[in-house]
Design a protein. Structure first.
Length: 421
């Protein structure tokens, strides 16, 4: 009897601990994880603004719990000291008995379902433009961390060194009245509701007994501008930079009845392409071949079949690949040459991926070069823009040569067919 009672007691205790862990993680809200990540970035001397994918991953409770559990076994997924400290400070760490921790994992999974944590990752990446921007941000943040970092604000103060008067730059400590007044006069601090608070772009960082005023190295708008060159590359490759009609061989998104290659409404055309990422359909082959003589009827038909066939194909050796019910596809023999396709949107390798890759590399190189003079953002923008032009020239040269060879081949095949018949 005593043994049974002890077993029941332990089961009840285990269920109680499981329930406590479940409740603890299920009740965590998006604001909680966001503020926790802000604290982590503060400990890392980084700005609250972070690359979108980093923000998404580091505020996902399920991913955080998995990294906590596996960090000791797989160092590559370990959270790191700043993240662990932030979690402890906010009472959000994985802790307690094994049953409590099991409850936390299940609570995080339920939290994911009700707060759309994992689906938010899909929503972030469900377009080629968005995926391209995420890659661009991640590459720049990895190469030039100072784009998303803050530095102490200093002021010149008189000091005595070796019995001589000198001037030094020292961090502004808000606990020091003279420094506080200086920051207020300079507009770095503002009087709000009777309290002195940091102005936009400034933050106060605790450093032992001191409270140091910091300023972000680059404005978020300028950092975001670094996505312009790669964004142009992808949108151009997708055929979205044709406001008056369709791309070569395509109808307009809002086609005119008399000429479907022209837009019936330019304002709606721009809105459809910019907001919805919508492009027009392929022209019928007899119209399509007038502007694309390099594409044979057979190639056109194969491409149409590839475009609308969403069956799984994991074998790349046959020239095509399709996964996730056609959400991600690729072919080596499209009407634009090799191309990638994501959710029905096609990005040619030559006129899309090549300019994007060159613009990305140029942006990173420019940011690294500009970093030496504290001009990483403008350096990255200049480097990316210049490289975009070079990438587009190179991609179009390759594509035009491919089309020229295909046109000659099609003309020869047509001559042979006519002679034999």
């Amino acid at each position: 009897m005593a043994r049974r009672d002890d077993l029941i007691r332990r089961i009840k205790q285990g269920l109680s601990e499981f329930g406590e862990g479940f409740k603890r993680d299920y009740e965590i809200g998006k604001e909680d994880t966001t503020m926790n990540y802000y604290r982590q970035r503060d400990l890392e001397d980084a700005t609250p603004e972070a690359p979108k994918f980093d923000m998404m991953i580091n505020t996902h409770p399920g991913i955080t719990r998995t990294r906590e559990a596996l960090g000791g076994v797989i160092p590559a997924v370990d959270l790191g000291p700043a993240a662990k400290q932030a979690l402890r400070e906010n009472d959000m760490e994985l802790s307690g008995s094994p049953m409590t921790q099991a409850g936390q994992f299940v609570g995080s999974a339920a939290n994911d379902l009700t707060q759309d944590r994992s689906r938010s990752i899909y929503w972030l990446l469900n377009a080629l433009q968005a995926t391209g921007e995420v890659i661009n941000e991640k590459a720049l943040a990895k190469a030039v961390p100072e784009l998303y970092s803050a530095s102490p604000v200093t002021r010149k103060v008189n000091v005595i060194k070796g019995g001589k008067r000198a001037i030094e730059d020292r961090p502004i400590n808000i606990n020091d009245e003279a420094s506080r007044d200086y920051a207020l006069d300079a507009g770095m601090l503002k009087e709000i509701d009777g309290k002195r608070k940091p102005a936009r772009g400034y933050r106060i960082k605790d450093d032992g007994d001191a409270r140091i005023l910091t300023k972000r190295n680059y404005s978020p708008g300028m950092v975001q501008a670094l996505a312009i060159p790669t964004g142009i590359a992808i949108n151009s490759g997708l055929g979205l930079l044709t406001p008056f009609g369709g791309a070569e061989g395509y109808k307009a998104a809002i086609p005119d009845e008399d000429d479907p290659t022209k837009s019936a409404n330019v304002a709606l055309e721009i809105a459809a392409k910019y907001i919805m990422g919508r492009t027009g359909n392929l022209l019928p082959y007899d119209e399509f071949v007038k502007v694309r003589p390099d594409v044979s009827p057979e190639e056109y038909g194969r491409y149409q079949a590839f475009k609308y066939d969403n069956s799984e194909d994991y074998n790349p050796t046959d020239g095509d690949i399709s996964v996730l019910m056609g959400a991600l596809k690729g072919t080596t023999e499209g009407i634009h040459g090799p191309e990638l396709q994501m959710l029905g949107r096609s990005l040619p390798i030559t006129t899309g991926v090549v300019p994007y890759s060159v613009a990305l590399a140029g942006g990173v190189a420019g940011a690294l070069r500009g970093q030496r003079e504290k001009k990483a953002a403008i350096g990255g923008l200049i480097g990316g823009t210049g490289s975009l032009v070079l990438g587009q020239i190179a991609g179009n040269v390759i594509e035009n040569e491919r089309r020229r060879r295909n046109t000659v081949e099609n003309e020869l095949n047509q001559t042979v067919y006519t002679r034999d018949n």
